[in-house]
Ligand binder design. Structure first.
Ligand SMILES: NC(=O)CC[C@H](N)C(=O)O
Length: 303
């Protein structure tokens, strides 16, 4: 496995230079683009990695999976009154469907959907970001994880688009808390810094029928776990979910920090990271790395 990961690293490093680091969040634009990491964490607790797998990066939209998990644990089926389960076919920060569809976002992974989920978590926790941070630290087995204040502040300063979505949903009656407070929680969650190893471990419960082996906790039921994986397979990569299904064939979640996590159900979780993005806001080298991985071992949830 180590040799395979090294060969994938060699294959994708030459792609660095062909994408573009996210710059709509100014604090992210200063990241060194010349980095690639990959880590695999198996259901037996084996860890494999290559490249800069221990370099921390901004997890961004990958945090939406942690928020969704916390919301499912508390709200169960009721939450689906407020957010859909269909792919959007639009960029992650698009506003167009929201008005046509009466303020109910298509799915929990586009920004509008994640903001509704953050609103749910805001109603439930006195300190929503700290509850989330605690949850992520446990899942990753790393008590030192924290949010990058510079990134969170930069996101808040340039919040117009996310704020527009949240206020539009409030106008439709699908937002209960103070918009600015929810935006702070949401940006702090997105600004969590983690590395490939942390993320592969933190997502391992989704490969293991909801069970997290290092905490000994059942995070989600087996049924809820397959449901989350289903949503990740259909919407985790936004308007590139179809392309990801075609090339990689696994449930996955990307973030504009350049990380992508993918799940091989009943076997392992994998995280790749390289900061330069393609047009859909997904890591360019990361996509190719996951394709090479699934191809060389012949893994896909589609048979
Ligand atoms: N796709 C992403 O990673 C986007 C997350 C980012 N924090 C935003 O709200 O725009």
């Amino acid at each position: 496995m180590d040799a395979l990961l090294r060969s994938i690293e060699e294959k994708v490093r030459p792609l660095i230079g062909l994408g573009k680091v996210a710059d709509y969040i100014p604090a992210l634009a200063s990241v060194d683009p010349n980095q690639f990491g990959i880590a695999i964490y198996s259901n037996n607790g084996e860890l494999y990695h290559a490249g800069e797998a221990y370099n921390d990066f901004s997890i961004q939209s990958i945090s939406k999976v942690f928020s969704l998990t916390l919301a499912i644990k508390h709200y169960g089926e009721d939450m689906w009154q407020r957010v859909g389960r269909e792919p959007s076919g639009n960029p992650f920060n698009s506003l167009v469907q929201l008005e046509y569809e009466a303020g109910v976002p298509r799915n929990p992974f586009i920004n509008a959907g994640a903001l509704v989920i953050s609103d749910m978590n805001q109603s439930r926790f006195a300190s929503p970001h700290y509850a989330m941070r605690e949850f992520i630290r446990r899942l990753a087995d790393n008590p030192s994880l924290r949010s990058d204040k510079v990134v969170a502040d930069s996101e808040y300063e340039f919040r117009s688009r996310n704020a527009s979505m949240a206020y539009l949903m409030k106008a439709f009656g699908n937002f209960n808390n103070d918009v600015e407070a929810v935006l702070h929680s949401y940006f702090n969650n997105c600004a969590m810094r983690m590395n490939c190893v942390d993320l592969a471990k933190a997502f391992s419960f989704l490969a293991n029928k909801g069970f997290c082996r290092h905490t000994g906790e059942q995070i989600l039921t087996p049924r809820e776990t397959t449901q989350v994986n289903g949503l990740l397979a259909t919407s985790g990569l936004y308007d590139e979910a179809g392309n990801f299904a075609y090339h990689v064939g696994l449930p996955g979640k990307s973030g504009v920090g350049g990380g992508i996590v993918a799940i091989v159900p009943n076997r392992f979780s994998v995280c790749v990271w390289s900061p330069e993005l393609n047009k859909s806001g997904n890591s360019l080298a990361g996509m190719t790395a996951l394709e090479a991985l699934s191809e060389s071992i012949g893994w896909s949830v589609f048979g």
